[in-house]
Design a protein around this ligand. Structure first.
Ligand code: MTE
Ligand code: LUZ
Ligand code: MOS
Length: 791
């Protein structure tokens, strides 16, 4: 069997997650008392009933926090426990510790929160209108939009809405903390960012960071949901452990996780797009109303990525895009695969779809006419380099036989009245690097043990994305050791310090590079030992080369000289080095070179490079029911030179399917009181295997990327964007039933919305669906509004 560190153990059930850690004898379990409404002011906590029923339970509130009651990152607006006003339903008000999980939950449920209710805003546009912004609006511009619009042959305007998305990581949020000496703690946390948990816990406990150790072996999925939002749970466990001097565990059940934790940001946006007679886009303007939720969390960074990706893979000379961080009384929306880019890309793709309606030029022609190419400049001032979008688009259109496909669809739609098919293409250009400069750094610590086995410590957290396997391969290649001698160590703040989250698809780029740099140091020392060994055996054979003159190489577990095996094996070389008192450990640090950004002028080079590609998706809609299937997906993707091909294919498939969930299926709705409507997995629908279309994935050949380790490219997030074509494929199928009707841009494309689109026409045309064409419906009616009541 092919060696693979985590997947085999995962399949055998031998990997361990937070809830698999054997529970210490004196463990206490924690549960939170959630805020009972979306916006209120705490008047009093009444624990007498809970205490009477559970006399051994311990109740902790903000006043019990020994350090600072603040875990906000970008903006200090996130107390660990509410100390006055709360801003969303499910915000932690108090912490309850008890002997069992069920006792902790039942005791928490008996705590009465006396409150003054405050007004609830769930609609980002309403928040913006009232000036409820977390930070001032942010605008990026290039060229002169006013002037350009005046010169356009066509100008289209419209509104685009996109819903949120729940992460549905298999492992819910959780942590265990053990009390340490001198007020310190050790925390095992299901987090993408151990150093973030460490820093927040040290602040909350009022101890220096060197008293807090955080360890993460692996996590059962994160998808961005544990970039920032694993932190409070780690802090709760730490706080409980510190105050009781007993180990404390907190582990959310699915319903709690769905109800209390952040998700993908819902957006509501307005666009204006101008084109010349030939369909070249001259100007684009947009305003993005991001529903940021009850506190800032990562919202400013997410909004930044929306603005950077506002033009997706298109070149537009005149641009003005503005984003608003709208404070809504909903869970704090957070990182989610794509990180604001999908929301922005959906807007520009909607604008192009609308322009296609207005100009009569097919959308795919408009798309092809306006693709980015080498030598263009992004609206944020960065030059477009190694552009592979045009090449990917050409290849995907060829691959799916676009013209033939259009004919087959037209013919199918011609003789089918109850089913219609549609297809859509989407290009991709996604920037790689954290948009916050400081976050692009990490470290690695590599130990070669004297038996030849190797461990690698980095800041990377394995969440199923295969970063561990990639780093193991990089390490093996760099050292020349056999890959099965390499083990990836758990991510720990005591071995690699001051790291950032494994996120922004850059886990391997950053940590793999740091590991490679550490290995290079050890390799150099080993090569010196090898040369010494070889010169000694030369001396025995009286051929006499000096060690300094011998150039050798270590590859795949053996020392080579002039490319030929020498018989000196990895394990023996390492043993010799140890005998000769050579340091077999090394630390290295990596920070992405060449990044800069001028916040004032919104210009710079915020990304190390871009990932390119293109996809075509086809769908069939049932015109009577509004239901549909996604049939096929063709993806041509720029994966650089994959470090592990299977991992990259898996990431491409997984990202695409997760994106489809967002674009057409998952309906994250809040009612007017800010309560999540589908708050269980029996009511919140995610894609299953039957939903997944046939996927045909092709990686570009000969596409090395000198900007990342071993010429690879980041893969985790970009393919998610392809799923946006799924929305348009369904829309095009629906429009085949009503060709004269304006499209609507309100994801997810649920069967309810599809049916509304179709039945509005039905009212106007009693003979439908067998009758002839219809008139335009009132598309405004279909806009339920983001985060607003849909009832
Ligand atoms: N794949 C799996 N199986 N599980 C995950 O949680 N997270 C995604 C992506 N792929 C995720 C995943 C997200 S949001 C990111 S940013 C990247 O993986 C993070 O890992 P990387 O930087 O190593 O690609
Ligand atoms: N997280 C983050 C991210 O903090 N900054 C980013 O730019 C980013 N991009 C994608 C995903 N997560
Ligand atoms: Mo991914 S949203 O960067 O964790």
């Amino acid at each position: 069997m092919k060696w693979n560190p985590d997947s085999v153990l995962n399949v055998l059930g031998q990997t361990s997650y937070v809830d698999d850690i054997p529970e210490p004898r004196d463990l206490l379990h924690a549960a939170i008392v959630p805020s009972p409404s979306a916006h209120g002011r705490l008047v009093r906590l009444e624990t007498s009933e809970a205490s009477a029923r559970f006399p051994k339970a311990i109740f902790l509130s903000a006043a019990d926090i020994p350090g600072t009651n603040q875990i906000g990152n970008a903006v200090p607006d996130e107390p660990l426990l509410c100390d006055g006003e709360w801003h969303f339903r499910g915000e932690p008000i108090a912490l309850v510790l008890a002997e069992s999980r069920s006792e902790a939950r039942r005791a928490a449920a008996l705590v009465r929160v006396e409150a003054e209710e405050l007004e609830v805003i769930t609609d980002p546009r309403e928040a913006a209108a009232r000036g409820e912004l977390i930070l001032p609006p942010r605008t990026m511009r290039s060229g002169d939009v006013e002037k350009a619009f005046a010169e356009c042959a066509y100008v289209v305007e419209g509104r685009v809405d996109s819903g949120g998305q729940e992460h549905v990581y298999l492992e819910t949020q959780g942590a265990i903390a053990w009390p340490g000496e001198a007020g310190g703690v050790r925390i095992v946390s299901s987090t993408q960012w151990p150093s973030g948990v460490q820093k927040a816990a040290s602040r909350v406990l009022g101890v220096p960071m060197n008293r807090v150790e955080v360890e993460t072996m692996r996590i059962g999925g994160g998808f961005g949901g544990k970039e920032d939002q694993a932190t409070p749970w780690g802090c709760f466990a730490a706080l409980g452990a510190r105050l009781t001097r007993r180990p404390v565990k907190i582990y959310l059940n699915r319903h709690e996780d769905l109800s209390y934790t952040g998700k993908r940001h819902p957006y509501s946006s307005d666009f204006k797009l101008g084109l010349d007679k030939e369909g070249r886009i001259l100007a684009f303007e947009a305003d993005y109303y991001q529903s940021s939720g009850g506190c800032a969390d990562l919202s400013p960074a997410v909004l930044a990525r929306t603005l950077f990706h506002a033009l997706s893979a298109y070149y537009v000379p005149n641009v003005r895009v503005t984003g608003y961080l709208c404070r809504t009384n909903l869970v704090p929306f957070t990182a989610f695969r794509g990180f604001g880019a999908p929301q922005g890309i959906f807007v520009v793709e909607s604008a192009i779809a609308k322009a296609a309606e207005a100009t009569g030029i097919p959308a795919v022609d408009l798309q092809c006419k306006n693709l980015l190419s080498e030598g263009d400049t992004f609206h944020y001032g960065m030059p477009v380099e190694e552009c592979r979008t045009d090449q990917s688009v050409a290849r995907v259109l060829e691959k799916c036989d676009w013209n033939g496909l259009q004919k087959r669809i037209a013919s199918f739609n011609g003789y089918n009245h109850l089913k219609k098919r549609g297809a859509a293409m989407i290009p991709l250009c996604f920037g790689i690097s954290f948009t916050k400069l400081m976050m692009n750094q990490t470290g690695a610590l590599v130990h070669v043990y004297n038996d030849g086995s190797v461990t690698v410590n980095t800041g990377a957290v394995e969440m199923g994305q295969g970063v561990g396997r990639k780093i193991a391969i990089i390490t093996a290649k760099s050292l020349g050791a056999p890959v099965d001698r390499v083990r990836i160590e758990s991510t720990r703040t005591t071995t690699v310090a001051n790291t950032f989250a494994t996120a922004a698809s850059s886990g391997t780029d950053l940590n793999g590079m740091a590991a490679q740099l550490a290995c290079a140091q050890i390799k150099e020392r080993l090569l010196a030992v090898a040369a010494e060994q070889l010169s000694q055996s030369d001396a025995q054979q009286h051929t006499g080369a000096k060690a300094a003159d011998i150039s050798c190489e270590i590859s795949n577990g053996e020392v080579l000289r002039s490319g030929k095996p020498t018989g000196l094996k990895w394990d023996d070389l390492v043993a010799k080095a140890h005998e000769s008192r050579v340091d077999l450990s090394a630390h290295a640090f990596y920070s992405t070179p060449g990044l800069f950004y001028d916040d004032q002028n919104e210009k710079g080079s915020p990304f190390a490079y871009h990932v390119y590609g293109a996809a075509v998706v086809t769908a069939t809609a049932d015109i009577l029911r509004g239901t549909y299937t996604i049939d096929e997906a063709f993806m041509v993707h720029d994966a650089g030179e994959p470090i592990d091909l299977l991992v990259d294919i898996g990431q491409t498939e997984g990202g695409f399917v997760q994106g489809l969930g967002w674009a057409v299926l998952e309906d994250l709705r809040f009612d007017r009181e800010g309560k999540l409507q589908a708050d269980t997995l029996s009511t919140y629908k995610v894609p299953d295997v039957h939903f997944v279309p046939k996927m045909d994935i092709e990686f570009l050949d000969n596409a090395p990327n000198p900007k990342a380790v071993l010429n690879s490219k980041a893969i985790g997030e970009p393919p998610l964007m392809y799923a946006i074509a799924g929305y348009f494929a369904v829309l095009n199928a629906l429009k085949a039933a009503r060709p004269d009707t304006e499209g609507f841009y309100d994801s997810p494309m649920t069967p309810e919305k599809a049916l509304t689109f179709l039945t509005e026409l039905n009212d106007a045309h009693p003979g439908w669906p067998l009758g002839a064409s219809g008139a335009a419906g009132d598309s405004a009616r279909r806009h339920s509004g983001v985060g607003r009541a849909n009832s």
